[in-house]
Design a protein around this ligand. Structure first.
Ligand code: BGC
Length: 341
């Protein structure tokens, strides 16, 4: 992959003279002018086995290496897996702060439970970049050193709806398989507590309706972003509604792939499937013609925003020009449509 050649704006930071705490845990009160030649950043993932999050993790690691090479600042990226436990994640954050991490990057397990981490970060004066799982606004407003990076849920859903609408306009028979004038779909949803699930479902369907595509929902279910759960649901639906399903709308690529797994097991073909994320296996499925399309978020820009905000805030630097924050806190990564040939 071609990596952006832009120099990290914080290059000068390697040699910059600024204040850091000495001796005590976190940023201590005793301050002294010193030269900052290294950065330590603590990252906690809600689940290390999540495909999309794994893709972001790989990009983050690449970013840290690139930053080291370009600035000469040694970066220690400490990445931990919370394995679905908010308690574990709280402990990890606390430990990062006691190890004097300069910034935290947190992919919350429970997006309504950021309080503890924010309390500790404020005490230690350590900036926090949340990503992918959005803390509630009340929490985000507690401190001006809290940031949030994600791919906009509404944008991804509108683009997903557009994939189907464009296809219907060009070739209605490929979606209306039984020729009854209606596209009958099933819907795979992510975790019910995740902001992306509700927004993606709503805006994907709304976009299809607004575009005048005649659609009818057969059924839907929550598969918690997981391939195996989606596969089990689809297996059941194929038995319950034989020859009726014409389209699978999935809140993410992994669940879309699960639906395809079930179709392959059942020997069913022709049903169109759309996802969101553009994960490595998702993009592969589009290329192989197994998935009609996906909405790919720019994972390099996404990870770079997380890293650059963390580094710049840790060093007390301005953000580079390519990282534009809304309301001084929120960054949305670019997304694009990827469709089969
Ligand atoms: C992604 C999913 C991922 C989830 C994790 C969503 O934005 O689309 O693939 O599993 O975030 O929080």
């Amino acid at each position: 992959m071609m990596r952006a050649k832009r120099l990290f704006q914080t290059a000068a930071a390697a040699a910059a003279i600024f204040l850091v705490g000495l001796g005590t845990a976190g940023c201590g009160s005793e301050e002294q002018e010193t030269e900052k030649t290294s950065l330590r950043i603590g990252v906690s993932l809600y689940r290390g086995d999540d495909t999309f999050i794994n893709n972001i993790r790989q990009e983050l690691e690449a970013c840290a290496k690139e930053y080291e090479q370009e600035t000469g600042t040694k970066v220690r990226l400490d990445i931990q897996d919370a394995k679905g436990s908010q308690y574990t994640q709280n402990d990890q954050a606390e430990r990062f702060i006691s190890l004097e991490c300069d910034a935290l990057c947190i992919n919350l397990v429970d997006r309504t439970a950021a309080t503890n981490i924010i309390d500790r970060a404020m005490e230690g004066n350590v900036p926090v970049v949340f990503f992918n799982r959005q803390p509630v606004e009340e929490d985000m407003n507690r401190w001006n050193e809290l940031y949030y990076v994600a791919a906009g849920a509404r944008e991804s859903a509108v683009l997903q709806g557009r994939i189907v609408a464009d296809r219907y306009r060009r070739d209605p028979d490929s979606l209306d398989l039984n020729g009854d004038g209606v596209v009958s779909y099933v819907l795979l949803e992510g975790e019910s507590s995740h902001q992306d699930s509700l927004i993606r479902t709503e805006w994907s369907i709304r976009t299809l309706k607004d575009a005048g595509v005649p659609i009818e929902r057969i059924t839907g279910g929550i598969a918690n972003w997981e391939r195996s759960q989606a596969s089990a649901l689809m297996e059941q639906w194929l038995l319950e509604y034989p020859d009726a399903i014409e389209l699978v709308i999935s809140n993410n690529d992994d669940m879309a792939l699960g639906a395809i797994d079930a179709m392959e097991r059942a020997g069913v073909s022709g049903i169109k499937v759309v996802g969101i994320d553009g994960t490595t296996p998702g993009l592969q499925a589009v290329e192989d013609g197994k998935m009609m399309g996906t909405v790919s978020s720019d994972k390099e820009a996404y990870a770079k925003a997380i890293f650059e905000i963390a580094a710049a805030k840790a060093l007390g630097e301005e953000l580079p020009e390519n990282v534009v924050l809304e309301d001084g806190k929120y960054y949305s990564s670019p997304q694009r449509i990827v469709v089969e040939n």
